[in-house]
Design a binder for this molecule. Structure first.
Ligand SMILES: Cc1cc2nc3c(=O)[nH]c(=O)nc-3n(C[C@H](O)[C@H](O)[C@H](O)COP(=O)(O)OP(=O)(O)OC[C@H]3O[C@@H](n4cnc5c(N)ncnc54)[C@H](O)[C@@H]3O)c2cc1C
Length: 322
């Protein structure tokens, strides 16, 4: 039997999360190399528009499992049903909080191997090779999988760039998941009060590092992000010094990002930071040290003091926008 690749499409408010669309692109790349089909799996209700989007992002087929329960257990159960029926070689999920829980839940139920936080996948000589961070992101390890078991793999955002196939369409297979009782029940969904930041989906990120010098100076990074319509990122020292919450940290032990524009202010360019920004289309770096390693990966390098350069940039952007 032909073994295709499945991608679970996580949705928030009936929209697919970006990392799921990136996972379709990754599956598409692997499927082209191996002549397989990419089946996007939707679980929930009112997802017809999402099904259309899946084709535009590269799915060959959509399996839409209608399920009115929102508990992870119910979604995991639907994915198990899908696996039993279609026996894919691999099930991809986005490595979100829910995606990681689901990957482990589904894999343990099916007694198959799993990996989460995967940053790269390749397929050679009938084997899958997964790259994933270990020891708190200190090293990247490649893990090899061979054999017939379905693999359940949660990929990090930025592992593959999403691709758009305008006007693409295909077959949607709709099925109802059989009624089942679960241990968990969502009593209430409460809006998170703490600050949240969506670096993974941002198109413009302005990040500040230790070179900003102080919490007060870091405000300039926020102002530049503001005028650019971007999101604020930071290096680990900037978050450790509490200039900005930890949720803004970019890098190996922070968020892996892939914006169209990444502006690095007072950032040296340590490997642990660079590994998180390599998916960026265009990198601009400001650093007073012309030998800073960040200039090796930057498309444009500005040698100078952030305290002089950033206000000038803000002023010029404001003029252009006026
Ligand atoms: C296991 C592990 C995981 C890690 N994970 C991460 C991670 O996820 N993300 C991360 O960022 N780091 C991470 N790190 C830390 C990483 O190794 C570096 O220490 C960190 O990225 C350096 O941050 P920085 O560039 O802000 O500071 P520095 O390396 O101190 O660089 C500051 C830069 O600012 C420049 N500068 C200073 N003053 C000015 C000025 N006035 N104008 C212009 N330029 C100026 C300096 O020339 C210098 O290049 C990790 C480390 C380990 C061990």
């Amino acid at each position: 039997m032909e073994r295709n690749i499945m991608v679970y499409i996580e949705t928030v408010d009936n929209s697919p999360v970006v990392v799921s669309l990136e996972a379709i692109a990754l599956a598409k790349k692997l499927s082209k190399e191996n002549n397989k089909k990419v089946i996007a799996v939707l679980v929930g209700e009112n997802l017809d528009d999402v099904a259309k989007k899946c084709f535009e992002y590269g799915a060959d087929e959509v399996l839409y499992l209608e399920e009115n329960k929102k508990e992870l257990e119910a979604i995991g159960n639907a994915l198990i049903v899908a696996k039993e029926k279609y026996n894919p070689s691999i099930i991809f999920l986005g490595s979100t909080l829910n995606g990681k829980d689901l990957a482990n839940m589904v894999a343990s139920e099916l007694k198959v191997p799993t990996s989460v936080d995967v940053v790269a996948v390749k397929y050679e000589n009938d084997k899958y090779f997964m790259t994933l961070p270990m020891y708190g992101g200190n090293i990247l390890k490649e893990v090899t999988f061979e054999g017939d078991k379905t693999l359940v793999v949660a990929v990090r955002s930025g592992a593959c760039k999403k691709e758009v196939f305008e006007g693409a369409s295909g077959e949607v297979i709709k099925e109802k998941v059989a009624e089942k009782n679960f241990f968990t029940k969502i009593a209430e969904i409460v809006q998170e009060i703490s600050e949240s930041v969506n670096l993974e989906e941002a198109e413009i990120i302005v990040s500040g590092g230790r070179g900003m010098g102080s919490k007060e100076n870091f405000e300039l990074v926020k102002q530049l992000a503001d005028v650019c319509g971007g999101v604020v990122g930071a290096t680990r020292p900037a978050t450790e010094d509490e200039w900005i919450p930890r949720s803004h940290q970019v890098g190996q032990s922070g968020k892996i990002v892939a914006p169209k524009l990444y502006i690095a202010c007072g950032i040296s360019g340590a490997t642990q930071h660079i590994s998180g920004i390599m998916g960026s289309d265009y990198i601009v770096a400001i650093n007073k040290d012309e030998d800073a390693p960040i200039f090796d990966v930057a498309d444009i390098g500005i040698v100078g003091n952030v305290m002089d350069i950033i206000p000038l940039m803000i002023e010029e952007i404001k003029k252009v926008k006026a």
